[in-house]
Design a protein around this ligand. Structure first.
Ligand code: ADP
Length: 425
């Protein structure tokens, strides 16, 4: 297997989403946490997705980190590069989508770059250059109130123009509908007019297939995870990437399984309730006791140690909004988060050294804390449990072989925790 695609993702769960879409497109895929100390040369995969955390940091830092990842990727045989951002084009007035794309474009000497955030399966579509979430314009979808990067304009050409020194063009839906050759002709036309950044309309999965076909020769593509499937299929069809019977193949471990949940989203709370209702053992840890330095953490580790066996068990800090508010008023929100994340980090280490081989973590921040405590550098992407949440297996780092499923708060069906272990079995 020769690495073909290097993808740079601007956040962690976005990277996992991208990686699982590439697997759907037929590519064996590995996700790394930043640039691993030894680079990418020993990674056996068709695609690697580098998870950075550059979405909301200052633009110059985002550019520097993205270029560093690109330089490391270019030491491999990768011939295609993808800059992955959110399907709601999450960015601030200063970037970072425009500045990062411009830096990658220059470094790769690309002379035309598409911007295609659409993810129709999740209701994110682009028509006449305007981004929709379901049937609402982006700026009326709730995204206009996002705490870090409020999206107050659905006109992506205007949003991108404000983040770059160029006037973006548009490949409209009627051209996409006319097929890959029509899109290729539009690209030639844009280049002729010196348009080198273009927003691309896309309203359904058939459009993604057309675009995958039309873009498969471009050295640099930018967009959401939706485009990964069409591109992957095109690369397999064009024999750039070998065809695999099962690109999601893992070598799943059968040792004890544990769920760690630090997410307090409604979705996760319902998933914890469903797990309990189905007979799963759940231990609730109390953040205030943890903060007071009682023996709560040692007791939790002991409870888990005694309960490890063929059935998965769960340790949760997850609580209702009232419970969270009470904890936060006692400890402050930041301290509460820190105490819990640290507790999960320590528990994860203790569990793995106690023989746990399958770990499900709920919560974006919680997952970040666990992955860094376990010294995970790279994970191969396996079968999907629910959309956007695959099983993975650590292939580089301190706990090689460990199976990990990292679920961001709002993802997954109600029976996610039970289903996770069935999927792996
Ligand atoms: P999500 O993906 O649902 O946003 P995160 O893990 O990213 O989940 O964020 C949840 C945050 O809430 C974490 O910082 C976690 O430590 C914190 N938290 C978890 N349980 C509680 C609780 N009972 N009280 C207060 N904060 C909590």
């Amino acid at each position: 297997m020769v690495l073909w695609l290097g993808c740079i993702a601007d956040d962690f769960t976005g990277a996992t989403d991208m990686a699982s879409m590439l697997v759907k497109g037929g590519l064996r895929t590995v996700q790394t946490i930043g640039v691993p100390p030894d680079g990418f040369e020993n990674i056996a995969a068709d695609a690697v997705v580098v998870a950075l955390k550059t979405r909301s940091i200052p633009a110059e830092d985002a550019v520097a980190q993205s270029l560093e990842a690109l330089a490391a990727l270019r030491k491999t045989k990768a011939r295609r590069f993808f800059f992955k951002y959110c399907s709601t084009f999450d960015s601030t007035a200063a970037g970072n989508i425009g500045p990062v794309a411009a830096a990658l474009e220059e470094e790769l000497r690309a002379d035309w770059v598409p911007f295609c955030p659409a993810l129709p399966v999740n209701g994110r579509t682009v028509f006449n250059g305007h981004l929709f979430v379901g049937d609402s314009l982006l700026n009326e979808s709730g995204m206009e109130m996002h705490p870090l990067n409020p999206m107050r304009d659905s006109d992506l050409r205007r949003v991108l123009a404000a983040q770059s020194t160029t006037t973006p063009g548009l490949i409209p839906a009627r051209v996409v509908r006319a097929g890959a050759d029509a899109v290729r002709r539009a690209i030639v036309e844009h280049r002729r007019k010196d348009i080198h950044f273009s927003i691309v309309d896309c309203v359904d999965d058939a459009d993604l297939d057309v675009l995958g076909d039309a873009f498969n020769d471009l050295i640099l593509v930018t967009g959401g995870s939706g485009l990964a499937v069409g591109l992957g299929k095109a690369w397999v069809r064009e024999r750039r990437v070998e065809e695999h019977d099962d690109p999601a193949a893992l070598e799943p471990r059968e040792g004890p399984g544990v769920i760690l949940s630090g997410s307090c989203s409604q979705t996760t709370l319902a998933q914890v309730r469903a797990f309990e209702a189905q007979g799963g053992s759940v231990l609730r840890i109390d953040p205030v006791e943890l903060a007071n330095g009682t023996s709560a953490l040692a007791e939790a580790a002991q409870w888990a140690g005694a309960g490890l066996g063929s059935k998965p068990i769960a340790i949760v800090a997850s609580d209702t909004p009232d419970g969270v508010a009470a904890v936060q008023s006692e400890l402050g929100a930041e301290k509460a988060g820190q105490v819990i994340e640290q507790a999960f980090a320590q528990l994860a280490r203790a569990l793995v050294s106690n023989g746990v081989e399958r770990l499900v973590v709920a919560g974006g921040e919680t997952s970040g804390a666990v992955v860094s405590a376990l010294g995970v550098e790279a994970m191969t992407i396996g079968p999907e449990i629910d959309p956007g949440v695959p099983w993975t297996q650590v292939v580089q780092g301190e706990c090689e072989g460990l199976c990990l499923a990292l679920k961001s708060g709002n993802f997954g069906d109600e029976d996610f925790f039970t289903k996770a272990f069935e999927v792996l079995g």
